[in-house]
Design a protein around this ligand. Structure first.
Ligand SMILES: [Zn+2]
Length: 433
């Protein structure tokens, strides 16, 4: 999964100034008390997942658990601000949606509705309630904006609803933190690599058209199945022969749809695939190479092929200053920072990176002795319950780190007035869980 490409230097843990450490310690202690209720919430969310674009019940439930039942909506998502109403803030994003998969786990709280939290979003949401409630209890250096984001798993992705929306703009967000469970790192480990950690992702559809007819008379047809087979083979050379070997890229053909009967040559074949790149120039040149190669190859079989693309997420670029600061805070939170995981996976968190300094952390949920266990998007994927607390610790470490990076800038901008933004919570918890 880790891409073979030049690796930016790993984030070196730096000793942090005492105030950050004291804040983080207080937040982590408060978080410990919130974990049992969050584990129960995780089970509840897991048992009744909602698909992308339909997450209103999940969003309401999590907003209520954060003590912000009236948090404003952004499409089917919500934005819950914890702390002072105005001024700079740090956002933590969690995804609301599940996958259209039939769950295959043995737990009593498994989903039975044909959708499944097989990407761990239930864990992220529960962890975010821990982080939000901890900030409400003990206060934090800056207000925390919980971004309950819809449609991470489908296009158009929900991050685009949030980024640039007037509701998010009104929050004066100065940094965005995300955490995703990851089975390729062990429990207790966190990857927090600076720079690019996930690829840009586009979907390609190629329609190969021929002339259909009887299977016994191929000579009077133009068989698009044969042409499509050669198109697929030819496309696989675009990465190995046309892309700089030092640049990571992948083209996977995921579906091929052709025909309705064994004895009929169909009129057309539709191929879909996934193109992932890190370099914008590779992205552009591969789009045109896919079109040209498909067209020319089909033409050799007297067929025609046309490619179209749906532009997906950009490259997910972690802000280096946030990554460095987070490494120190994660260490203090008892989590081990490991060699950065970089892959051709994609996540629409990348859209936040285009607008704000942002940081995606991969929180290990791998179990010793089960390297081939179910991975992300597998119907049997089920991070253990302890990971709710571990992801929450990572989120709080990322939040405190982001505050430490953001505050000097905010203070300079406010002419030294930023100390007013320190807020201590008036109550001990806030809202139902
Ligand atoms: Zn996910």
């Amino acid at each position: 999964m880790t891409a073979a490409r030049p690796q930016p230097p790993a984030a070196e843990p730096q000793p942090n100034a005492a105030p950050d450490g004291a804040v983080l310690t207080a937040l982590l202690q408060a978080a410990d008390q919130e974990v049992p209720a969050a584990v129960a919430l995780r089970r509840e969310l897991h048992a009744s997942p909602e698909l992308g674009g339909h997450e209103t019940r999940t969003a309401s439930r999590v907003a209520a658990a954060l003590g912000e039942p009236d948090a404003p909506s952004v499409t089917t998502g919500r934005l819950a601000r914890i702390g002072a109403a105005g001024g700079p803030s740090v956002a933590i994003r969690a995804e609301l949606d599940a996958l259209p998969l039939t769950e295959q786990t043995p737990v009593a709280w498994a989903s039975r509705n044909g959708a499944s939290h097989s990407c761990g979003h239930d864990v992220h949401l529960a962890a975010l309630t821990v982080a939000g409630r901890a900030v409400r209890r003990v206060g934090g250096p800056l207000p925390l904006v919980a971004v309950l984001q819809p449609r991470e798993e489908s296009y158009p992705s929900g991050a685009q609803d949030m980024v640039g929306s007037p509701q998010l703009e009104a929050q004066d967000v100065r940094a965005v933190v995300g955490a995703h469970v990851h089975p390729y790192a062990a429990r207790g480990q966190v990857s927090v690599g600076p720079g690019p950690v996930n690829a840009a992702h586009d979907e390609v559809t190629i329609t190969v058209r021929g002339r259909g007819g009887h299977a016994a008379y191929p000579h009077v047809t133009r068989d698009p199945v044969l042409a499509a087979a050669h198109v697929i083979l030819a496309l696989q050379h675009l990465i190995s022969r046309r892309t700089d070997p030092m640049h990571s890229a992948v083209l996977t053909i995921g579906t091929v749809q052709a025909g309705t009967a064994a004895n009929v040559i169909p009129e057309q074949v539709v191929i879909t695939g996934s193109l992932r790149t890190f370099d914008p120039a590779d992205r552009a040149s591969l789009w045109s190479a896919v079109s040209a190669t498909a067209g020319a190859t089909a033409e050799a079989y007297e067929c025609a092929a046309q490619a179209s693309f749906v532009r997906g997420e950009p490259v997910l670029n972690n802000d280096p200053a946030l990554a460095t600061a987070a490494a120190a805070c994660l260490d203090r939170a008892g989590l081990r920072v490991v060699e950065p995981l970089r892959s051709c996976g994609s996540d629409d968190f990348a859209y936040y990176c285009t607008r704000y300094p942002s940081l995606m952390m991969f929180v290990g949920v791998g179990q010793p002795g089960t390297p081939d266990g179910p991975g992300l998007h597998h119907p049997a994927f089920l991070p253990p319950e302890e990971t709710v607390g571990e992801v929450a610790r990572a989120m709080l470490a990322g939040y405190v780190a982001a505050c430490s990076v953001v505050l000097p800038d905010a203070a300079a901008q406010a002419h030294g007035d930023a100390t007013d933004s320190m807020q201590i919570a008036p109550d001990g918890g806030g809202g139902p869980h």
